[in-house]
Design a protein around this ligand. Structure first.
Ligand code: HEC
Length: 104
């Protein structure tokens, strides 16, 4: 009887950690070419995004999409995405560790 209880407690303890790691967004592949999948950009001149504030990332992406930030590369990359997709991308990059992990 003890083992199932311990297993259940471990599962409960792990839940908040799992909730903080968002699912990988469908559009991440395109962004990863420049910003890296984990937000550590491998391309010179491209900003790192890992660990950046969620509200800042979300606003920046909306500004590229709506043309308030008129930067052709990013405007082309972001395209006509929905608020939900922007939110998923912002959450993903915000949740990544700001420390480079083998991919500076
Ligand atoms: C071809 C390379 C390229 C691709 C692909 C690309 N980006 Fe960018 N991104 C850049 C560059 C260069 C900048 C800096 C632009 C500027 O000066 O405003 C930037 C800026 C940003 C910023 C603002 C960072 C800041 O500190 O203000 C965010 C957020 C961002 N990109 C997210 C994304 C996401 C999400 C995707 C995928 C949909 C993506 N990017 C695809 C090159 C790229």
């Amino acid at each position: 009887m003890r083992i199932p209880l311990i297993a259940a407690l471990c599962l409960l303890a792990a839940l908040p950690i799992r909730a903080q790691t968002p699912a990988q967004p469908a559009r991440l592949g395109l962004c990863a070419a420049c910003h890296g999948a984990n937000g550590h950009a491998g391309v010179p001149g491209v900003p790192h995004l890992a660990g950046q504030r969620l509200d800042y990332l979300r606003d920046a992406l909306k500004q590229y999409r709506d043309g308030r930030r008129n930067m052709p590369v990013m405007r082309a990359a972001i395209g006509p995405v929905s608020d939900a997709e922007l939110d998923a991308l912002a959450r993903w990059y915000s949740a990544q560790s700001p420390q480079p992990q083998g991919n500076p």
